[in-house]
Design a protein around this ligand. Sequence first.
Ligand code: ASP
Length: 431
Amino acid sequence: MRLKLHWQILIALALAVLVGRLSGVEGAVLGVKLYPVFEFLGTLFMNALKMIIVPLIISSIITGVSSVGGSQGLGRLGGKTVIFYMVTSLLAIVIGLVVVNALTPGIIGGEPAREVLGLSEQAANQVAEKVQGRTAADLTDVFISMVPPNIVLAAAEGQMLGLIFFSLLFGYFMTRIDKEAGDLLGRFWQGVADVMMGVTTLIMKFAPLGVFGLVAKTVAGIGPDQLDDLAVSLGTFTASVLLALAFHVLVTLPLLLFFVARVSPLAHFRAMMPALLTAFSTASSSATLPLTMECVRDNAKVSNRTASFVLPLGATVNMDGTALYECVAAMFIAQAYGLELTFVSQFTIVLVALLTSIGVAGIPAASLVAITIILATIGLPAEAIGLILAVDRILDMFRTSVNVFSDSCGAVLIAKTEGETEVLKAQADAA
Ligand code: ASP
């Protein structure tokens, strides 16, 4: 019997940690350096996923919107989706805020931790590099990018918000044109969506290899200094983020699944495992979208209509883990700089974290840009973000899984409220 995909991925992940640790950047076997091999496997897998993102998002939103039909159904589904995404993101941020206030990771031995952590020049340069060329320079840019002046350029640059807006309009007006032309377009886009799902199934077969490459490369690249940072000076910060994320995934979202959607949270975790592990390895919700869709439709049995509307939107705008992280990170940096934050400033952080989490792209390290925006709003220099760079990648893996899990919970919950009866039924029966 073949091992289930999530077991294959899990084994690949464990192997990757082991091999990556042993090999480091320099390790070689029979004269062949391992690091480039990890990189090769990881990049190939990431590229394959990214390759199908644009057609997948466009076709599934267009078919999703046009199949919901009429502005009434669309309004209802859209309304529920927006409410779910806003509420869960807000809950996540508040959890982060409570944890960071309770554990005060930015204060070490009663003193602001800035000196202890030290911000080297090298780190400051790294910040400039990371932040440069990313989307969303400030808050208004987030909204401006929703209406792209050039749809082809938006696709080329991965401006998902713009693509989504265009696709929503396209899908909506498809239902308002002459029926014959509308049906033709409907069949065309449905075909594109189906083909993309076929390609996803193929790519998924290679997920264990890709995950191995991505994780081994990350682990191999972690230097002893970073490990030290992780364990000692940034330990409380890392712990705060992980604790808050864990609370959100293990308590808040399961409670919603159990009491509002009335499904078994455990069954849902099981259904989503391949997508969650891929999110963890790629640190990109956009790249994980194909797998998220496949798991939600094929394992959790959410209808095509709901999944293709809720998920592409969620992968871009609903980022609970990111929102939570932004809040904890900004608060941590403020504490480390000895900044007293009033209720009003904390409220501002919550609000800006919510808005920017909608705007940031589902790509690795995207939060960093948003955090610099928050820092600017509360009057701290952007370089201060250097304090958290050492641990950002690892935390990115966790928050991205949370982002993806929240999207999938949204799909299940909305499907149930739309009267879908098959959702997670087989899993519940089997359990
Ligand atoms: N990597 C995250 C994602 O793709 C975004 C972030 O928080 O950096 O969901």
